[in-house]
Design a protein. Structure first.
Length: 479
């Protein structure tokens, strides 16, 4: 089925223009760019190129746009199956969100969500938010706090890449790794700090050490440098939209010159003698042709693409990074079933605590209208690299174990009144040590096939902000 977005369909009707006078073979319809994959990466790239005046055709195999982004309102609860919020980290992405007409529906996270909790020794402990809080926090002992102060005096690494564990233990000490960064790593990547690359997973932190020799010293120097140059740094903003992140996907699909085909399989991807890409879609008598072909599908989709042998051979050489399984649960409770005030973003469970889940976001605190009056909602994350088997459990068991896990932390009573479970067999690409080899292998394929671009959340960062920044960069809007 081909469901071109009604307002933007630029494909001619079957009866028009596809047959040349002399040859009954349908002539492919010309575009500047063909984008395969309608997740946020593909949509953002298609949108930004269209806004630059390019004629773009995006093909999504499922009936829904958004990929990992999937919001649904059920029984008054707004359920996000995948991402729950977007951290806007740059002025360019912030402006872009406004330019695409989302300013009226944009919701900023409740200020109270600056409070974040960590589990330590089976108790919830608030993460310090100030220097004073850092001095008094029970998360670290006095010697551990002193160890952190030694950070500016530790020399830089000469390594090309380093694991998060190695980097943080070396610069800040083991305690800061275990009751700080390792939980953050679970929260973003559902990953393993022993394997994740500091350089690729947290490039800004890596660059601080490379550029200034210290994180604390670098941050201070950077602040002064910016002040001197009159640069006001952008303050990151946690956002969503009234009806959830799906609104972002819908807005991105709406651009002049952008044709979108949903629920559309691919018959073949070929090149003509001039190196143009010709894509034939299932159920269509005609193909489409463009100079540029951008693949934004997940990497495991490459082996099923109907490409010619030479490209298939090259794509097969890409050493695909691991993607752990992950389950997300949206749990609804009556307000009086939860004794904790839920006055924060949520709770992260460091690996040392050996809990069932990775953590929970206090969704109904974070954004308005996430739960009906008198009720609250939690979004819980289970599985990831370190406990993949937990993420693969059936819904009943997941709910039972998650409620048991959170009960002593949040003072839960009874069963949830609402449950929504989403299973992600391949959730988030792991930017592990050696990620550069993977990036190089993508570049090698692109170099061999002019006009081919391999983009997605495996390159440039997995967050929604990263996917949009990658699109803006690709379209030449930012460096
Ligand atoms: C559970 C979970 C929670 C997350 N939480 C957050 C969060 O809170 N904040 C945040 O910023 N990020 C979060 N992320 C990360 C972020 O959501 C993803 O990295 C991002 O949405 C990926 O977008 P993408 O377009 O690169 O890939 P995808 O969303 O995977 O999109 C790829 C698209 O390609 C399509 N496709 C596949 N094969 C074909 C084919 N043959 N032909 C055509 N189309 C095809 C797929 O159907 C899909 O629509 C989360 C991710 C997950 C899984």
């Amino acid at each position: 089925m081909d469901t071109c977005s009604p307002a933007r369909a630029v494909m001619p009707k079957q009866s028009e223009a596809f047959m040349s006078d002399t040859n009954p073979t349908p002539v492919p319809v010309p575009f500047d760019t063909i984008v395969i994959g309608g997740g946020i990466s593909g949509l953002a790239i298609a949108h930004t190129l269209s806004r630059k005046g390019k004629k773009v055709h995006l093909i999504e195999k499922s009936d829904r746009l958004g990929g990992a982004v999937h919001s649904e309102r059920r029984e008054g609860f707004l359920c996000e199956a995948g991402p729950n919020s977007m951290l806007v980290k740059s002025e360019s992405v912030w402006n872009f969100i406004h330019e695409i007409g989302l300013e009226d529906t944009l919701v900023l996270a409740n200020e109270i969500s600056n409070n974040r909790f960590l589990v330590k020794d089976g108790q919830l402990v608030a993460l310090p938010q100030s220097l004073g809080g850092g001095v008094t926090t029970p998360l670290y002992s006095f010697p551990e706090k002193l160890r952190l102060l030694a950070e500016p005096f530790i020399g830089s690494s000469k390594l090309e890449d380093e694991s998060v564990t190695s980097f943080v233990s070396r610069r800040m000490g083991k305690a800061f790794l275990e009751y700080g960064i390792s939980a953050l790593v679970s929260g973003i990547y559902a990953g393993d700090p022993d394997a994740l690359s500091l350089r690729h997973a947290f490039p800004k932190v890596w660059n601080l050490e490379q550029g200034y020799g210290s994180l604390i010293g670098g941050a201070i120097k950077l602040k002064f440098e910016r002040k001197k140059q009159g640069i006001t740094p952008f303050k990151s903003k946690m956002i969503s939209f009234k009806d959830g992140l799906q609104e972002l996907a819908t807005a991105l699909a709406d651009a002049p010159g952008l044709a979108v085909s949903k629920g559309t399989g691919l018959d073949s991807i070929k090149r003509d003698a001039d190196g143009n890409w010709i894509v034939a879609m299932e159920g269509h008598s005609h193909g489409i042709i463009a100079k540029d072909l951008i693949l934004t599908t997940p990497l495991d989709a490459y082996e099923h693409l109907p490409v010619e042998d030479d490209l298939r051979e090259q794509l097969a050489k890409i050493d695909i990074p691991g993607h752990p399984p992950l389950s997300t649960l949206v749990l609804g409770f009556d307000r009086d079933q939860v004794s904790h005030p839920l006055d924060g973003f949520g709770v992260l469970c460091p690996r040392m605590e050996k809990r069932f889940g990775l953590g929970a976001i206090f969704s109904s605190t974070l954004f308005p209208d996430r739960a009906p009056d008198g009720k609250v909602s939690l979004m819980c994350f289970i599985g990831g690299v370190q406990q993949p088997e937990n993420g693969e459990l059936p819904t009943d068991k997941l709910v039972e174990e998650t409620v048991k896990d959170l009960k002593p932390l949040l003072g839960l009573q009874g069963d949830p009144c609402f449950v929504s479970h989403s299973f992600w067999p391949r959730a988030i690409p792991q930017y592990n040590v050696g990620h550069q080899f993977f990036i190089d292998s993508l570049t090698a394929v692109e170099d061999k096939f002019t006009g081919l671009h391999l983009l997605g959340n495996f390159r440039g960062g997995p967050g929604l902000n990263d996917c949009i920044e990658s699109a803006l960069r690709f379209a030449g809007y930012i460096e």
